[in-house]
Design a protein around this ligand. Structure first.
Ligand code: ADP
Ligand code: MG
Length: 452
C-alpha cells in the first residue's frame, strides 16, 4: 500500500504511531518515554529513532520497542524492525525539546512532577455497573472528603477496566472543589523515572520535598515497581510520610496487594491497610451501557443492534470496546457509509477473531474435575494417586493449549507447583495422546467443550 520510502508518508505514519502510543499508554507514559523519540531514518524495513539518554533508550528498548514496531507494521507492513539510538542532548532538536520538558517550570506551579490529566476521564463520563460500583463509590468518597476516609485507597483490576479513569476523576473533582489542594497524579513508572533522575543529578532532597508536600498523591500502575528495590524503598518512605500526615494516597495496580509479586513485604502489607477495592471484568450490561454513552458523542447514528453486537463480542475490556467503536465510526466517516452490522463485522474482523472467547484456568479446572468426577480441590492438592494426578495433568495441558499463561503461572494456579511439573504434564499428555486413542479422544472432547 504505502510506499515505504515516501518521506511524507513515513512522517505521517510515525505521527499516527505516536498518537496510538499516547492513546494506548496514556499521557504520563507518553511524555516520559515516547515524546523524547525522534525519527531519524527508515531504511531496508528498519526505522531508527533517537533518544537523548541511555536510560530512556534502555527503557524503550526493553518495554516498548516491540509494541512500537507492531503498531507501525500495522500501518505499513514493509516496516519490520525498530532501532533505538542515543543521541547526545545538544546535537538534536528532539533532545533539546525533551530536556526542556524535564526541567520546564510550567505555569501550573510544581505540578509538572505529576502526569497530565485526561479531561475525558471524569466522574460524569464513568458508567457505573455491578463490576465497578464498589471501586467507584470508594473513589467518590475520597474525592468528596477533606480528610482521608481510608488510606490508602487501593484500586485494582485488569487492564482497561477504568482504574486510570477513576484516579483522574478523583483528581479533577478535588481540584474543582478546592483548587488550593495539591493533587499529584502520576504513573509508578514516572515516579521511578523521576526518582532515578533525582539520584543521577544528586537532587533527592527536592524530589522528596516535592512528593511529601502534596495533599493527595495518586500513583498509577504500581505493579511497575515490583522488583525495583530502591524505587520501592523511596516510595515506601514517601507513602509513610504522607499517610502519617493524614494526606490521601491513592494507588492502583493490576493485582491486589497480596498478589503483587516482587514487592517488599512491609510495603505490601502497608498498601493493604486502607481500603482495597477491585474492579471486576465487565458484564454485558455494563459494556452496553458504556457503548450507549460513548455513541452519543458521535454525530453518526449507531444502530442499537451494532452496540449489542459489540457488547456481546468485545468482552476483554473497556479500552478495546472503545477502540472498536472508534474504528467503525472512523471507517464510516472515511468511506461515507452508514454504520450497519455487516460493516461492523467486516471492519472488525481481525479483532473479533482475536477476542473469540478465551477460557480461564479456573474454567478448565472445573470442567476437567467434573469430567473425571474428582473434587475441584484436587486440582490444587498434593495427592498423587493416578485417579487425580492424571486429570490434573490434563488440566495443565489444556491450560497451556487454551490460555496464554506461562508455565510458572499455570503451576501457581495448580497449588503452587513448579513450572517443571507443568512442563512434565504437558509432555506426558502429548505422549499419551499419540499412543492411546481413547485417551486422545477424551482430551479432544474436553478441548472442544472448552473452546465452544
Ligand atoms: P485501566 O487504567 O484500568 O487500564 P483505563 O482507566 O485507562 O483502564 O480505561 C480504559 C478506557 O476505558 C478509558 O478510555 C476509559 O475512559 C474507559 N473506561 C473504563 N471504564 C469505564 C467506565 N466504567 N465508563 C466509561 N468509560 C470507561
Ligand atoms: Mg491505567
Amino acid at each position: 500500500m504505502a510506499d515505504l520510502y515516501d518521506e511524507a508518508e513515513i512522517r505521517s505514519q510515525w505521527a499516527r504511531v505516536r498518537g496510538g502510543l499516547r492513546a494506548e499508554f496514556g499521557e504520563a507514559t507518553y511524555r516520559s518515554w515516547f515524546k523524547p523519540l525522534t525519527l531519524k531514518d527508515v531504511r531496508d524495513g528498519r526505522a531508527t529513532v533517537s533518544v537523548p539518554t541511555r536510560f530512556i533508550c534502555d527503557w524503550v528498548v526493553t518495554n516498548y520497542a516491540d509494541r512500537i514496531c507492531a503498531m507501525w507494521n500495522g500501518l505499513n507492513d514493509g516496516l519490520r524492525a525498530l532501532d533505538v539510538i542515543v543521541e547526545a542532548p545538544n546535537s538534536a532538536t528532539a533532545a533539546a525539546k525533551s530536556d526542556d520538558d524535564e526541567v520546564a517550570a510550567v505555569p501550573e506551579m510544581r505540578d509538572d512532577i505529576g502526569g497530565r490529566l485526561d479531561p475525558r476521564f471524569a466522574f460524569p463520563n464513568f458508567i457505573v455497573g455491578k463490576p465497578n460500583e464498589f471501586a467507584h463509590a470508594a473513589a467518590r468518597r475520597v474525592a468528596e472528603s477533606d480528610a482521608a476516609p481510608f488510606n490508602p485507597l487501593f484500586l485494582y483490576g485488569g487492564v482497561g477496566l477504568g482504574k486510570t479513569h477513576l484516579m483522574h476523576a478523583i483528581a479533577w473533582h478535588i481540584r474543582k472543589r478546592d483548587p488550593r489542594r495539591r493533587v499529584i497524579y502520576l504513573s509508578a513508572e514516572k515516579f521511578m523515572y523521576q526518582f532515578i533522575r533525582a539520584l543521577r543529578y544528586k537532587d533527592t532532597m527536592s524530589f522528596k520535598e516535592q512528593f511529601r508536600s502534596v495533599d493527595v498523591l495518586m500513583i498509577d500502575d504500581v505493579q511497575f515497581i515490583s522488583g525495583k528495590e530502591s524505587t520501592q524503598e523511596e516510595f515506601f518512605h514517601t507513602f509513610n510520610a504522607l499517610v502519617d500526615q493524614n494526606r490521601q494516597v491513592v494507588i492502583s495496580a493490576d493485582k491486589s496487594p497480596s498478589d503483587l509479586d516482587g514487592l517488599e513485604e512491609r510495603l505490601r502489607s502497608r498498601l493493604g491497610w486502607g481500603l482495597v477495592a477491585d474492579i471486576h471484568p465487565t458484564t454485558y450490561e455494563l459494556r452496553l451501557g458504556i457503548l450507549q454513552a460513548k455513541s452519543e458523542n458521535f454525530s453518526q447514528a449507531i444502530p442499537g443492534k451494532v452496540l449489542e453486537f459489540l457488547a456481546h463480542r468485545i468482552t476483554s475490556n473497556v479500552r478495546e470496546l472503545e477502540g472498536a467503536l472508534n474504528r467503525i465510526v472512523a471507517h464510516a466517516t472515511l468511506v461515507g457509509r452508514d454504520i450497519s452490522l455487516e460493516m461492523t463485522q467486516e471492519v472488525l474482523h481481525d479483532l473479533l477473531r482475536a477476542s473469540d472467547r478465551r477460557v480461564t484456568i479456573e474454567e478448565i479446572q472445573k470442567r476437567v474435575a467434573e469430567h473425571y468426577n474428582i473434587r475441584l480441590s484436587d486440582m490444587h492438592s498434593a495427592r498423587r494417586a493416578r485417579a487425580v494426578a492424571r486429570p490434573r495433568q490434563i488440566a495443565m495441558y489444556l491450560a497451556k493449549q487454551l490460555t496464554t499463561r506461562s508455565l510458572p503461572e499455570i503451576g501457581r494456579k495448580f497449588g503452587g507447583r513448579d513450572h517443571t511439573t507443568v512442563m512434565h504434564a504437558v509432555r506426558k499428555v502429548e505422549e499419551l495422546r499419540s499412543t492411546d486413542s481413547g485417551f486422545s479422544e477424551d482430551v479432544e472432547l474436553l478441548l472442544r467443550m472448552l473452546e465452544s
